[in-house]
Design a protein around this ligand. Structure first.
Ligand SMILES: Cc1ncc(COP(=O)(O)O)c(C=O)c1O
Length: 381
C-alpha cells in the first residue's frame, strides 16, 4: 500500500492513544477517572435538542456552505452580546461542522506548497490539528514554543521567520494550558501580522468557558486580515453535533466560502437550527461554566494542598499541572494511570519538547467523581 508520506509521518492522534489506555483500564476492571479527552458529560440542554428534531425536513436536501440566515444571525447576536462587536451575518460569518474541520482546512486557503514562504506559526504545546492541517496542506510548520505563563508572543518571533509565514494561529483560551491573551497582547499580535501581511487566525473555541473573567476576542481588536473560530462543543455541550463558527474579514470569508464548496463543508440545516437556539441563549452557558468551575475548585484545592503547581488554567476546560520533580509528564501520567486516573501528558500536544513537565486534566468527571479521584491521587503522592 502506497500512502501519502506526509500522512504516515504523523504520530497517532493523541485522543486515539488515550482511548486505548481508557479501554485497557476498563478491561482490567479498574475504576476509571477520565480526565483525558475533553468531551463534557453534562447533557445538551433540552431546548437545543428540541430545536433540532422539527428542523429535520421530510426531504433533507443538500445544505449550503453559507447556511441559512438564522444561525448566522444568532451567532452575530452572541458576538455582539459577548464582545460588543458588530458583524455582518451575510458577509462575515460561516458555520462549520465543529471547529476542528475549520482548523484543519484553513491552511488550504493560503498555503502554496511550492513557495518558499509557506510557513504556519502555531502555539506549541497546542491543539494538534494546527500542525496536522499545516503538514497535510504542504505548509511549513513553525511551532512557537511556549513556557512559563504559556502566553504566545508572536511579536517576539524573528523577522526572518515572520517573512516566510503566511498564517499565524493563536489560541486563547489556550488548550492545553488555559492561558488567556489580554486585549493588548491580541492587538500586538494583530499589528505584527498586518506588518508582514500574514493571515491571523484566532481559535477562540473556549471563549465562553472561563473561570473568573471573560476572555477578550481578537474581533475586539480588528477584523481586517483576521479570522476567528468558535465552537458550541463545550459552551453548549454539543460535541457530537459538530457545530462551530468562523468569523472575520469579509474578503477572506468570500475566499473561504469558495474553498469550502470544494469538499462540501456545510453543516446540516437541522444542526444549524440547534446551533441557532444555542447561540441565542446565554443562560445555559453560564450554568455549564459554573459546573466546570465547581470541578476546577475541587481539583485545584487538592492539587495545591498536595504541593502540585497549577499553571495558567485561567479559562478553557482544562487544568495544566506541573508534575513533581523526578518525573516528566509521560512518567507521571503513567503513575496516575496505576490508580485509574487518566490524564494527557503535556508532550502529547507538542511538536517540540514543550510542555514536557506537565499533564493536562480535562474537567470531564462530575464533582463527586472528581472528589473520589483526589482520594485515588493521594495514593500516588
Ligand atoms: C483549541 C481547540 N480548537 C478546536 C477544537 C475543536 O473543537 P470542536 O471541533 O469540537 O469544535 C478543540 C477541541 O478540543 C480545541 O481544543
Amino acid at each position: 500500500m502506497r500512502l501519502n508520506p506526509r500522512l504516515t509521518a504523523l504520530p497517532t492522534y493523541p485522543t486515539v492513544v488515550l482511548d486505548r489506555k481508557r479501554d485497557a483500564l476498563h478491561a482490567a476492571g479498574l475504576p476509571v477517572y477520565d480526565f483525558g479527552t475533553g468531551d463534557p458529560i453534562e447533557p445538551t440542554p433540552r431546548f437545543i435538542r428540541d430545536a433540532l428534531t422539527p428542523a429535520i425536513a421530510d426531504n433533507c436536501r443538500y445544505p449550503t456552505v453559507l447556511g441559512g440566515p438564522a444561525v448566522r444571525e444568532a451567532f452575530a447576536g452572541w458576538v455582539w452580546r459577548r464582545f460588543g462587536v458588530t458583524l455582518d451575518p451575510s458577509t462575515q460569518v460561516l458555520p462549520s461542522s465543529g471547529s476542528k474541520e475549520a482548523v484543519f482546512h484553513l491552511p488550504l486557503l493560503v498555503i502554496d506548497p511550492d513557495a518558499a514562504d509557506r510557513g504556519v506559526v502555531f502555539p506549541d504545546p497546542g491543539y494538534s490539528v494546527y500542525y496536522r492541517g499545516t503538514v497535510l496542506a504542504g505548509g511549513d510548520p513553525l511551532p512557537q514554543k511556549l513556557a512559563g505563563d504559556f502566553h504566545q508572543r508572536v511579536w517576539e518571533l524573528p523577522a526572518e521567520v515572520l517573512r516566510r509565514t503566511r498564517m499565524v494561529w493563536i489560541n486563547s483560551p489556550h488548550n492545553p494550558s488555559g492561558a488567556v491573551l489580554s486585549r493588548d497582547e491580541l492587538r500586538r499580535t494583530w499589528e505584527v501580522c498586518r506588518e508582514y501581511d500574514i493571515l491571523l487566525v484566532s481559535d477562540e473555541c473556549y471563549a465562553d468557558t472561563w473561570f473568573d473573567a471573560p476572555p477578550a476576542s481578537v474581533l475586539e481588536v480588528a477584523t481586517e486580515g483576521v479570522l476567528a473560530i468558535f465552537s458550541l462543543s463545550k459552551r453548549s455541550g454539543m460535541t457530537g453535533y459538530r457545530t462551530g463558527m468562523i468569523a472575520g474579514d469579509p474578503r477572506w470569508m468570500t475566499r473561504l466560502r469558495e474553498l469550502r464548496a470544494n469538499p462540501g463543508l456545510a453543516p446540516q440545516d437541522f444542526v444549524n437550527a440547534a446551533a441557532a437556539a444555542a447561540w441565542n441563549d446565554d443562560h445555559h452557558a453560564d450554568v455549564r461554566r459554573h459546573g466546570f468551575k465547581e470541578k476546577r475548585d475541587v481539583l485545584v484545592a487538592f492539587l495545591r494542598e498536595a504541593g502540585l503547581e497549577v499553571v495558567a488554567s485561567e479559562a478553557s476546560f482544562y487544568l495544566w499541572v506541573r508534575v513533581p520533580r523526578g518525573h516528566d509528564g509521560q512518567s507521571y501520567a503513567e503513575k496516575l494511570l496505576e490508580v485509574g486516573i487518566l490524564t494527557h501528558p503535556g508532550r502529547a500536544f507538542a511538536v517540540t519538547d514543550a510542555g514536557d513537565e506537565y499533564v493536562r486534566l480535562a474537567l470531564v468527571p462530575d464533582v463527586e467523581t472528581c472528589r473520589r479521584a483526589t482520594d485515588a491521587w493521594r495514593e500516588v503522592l
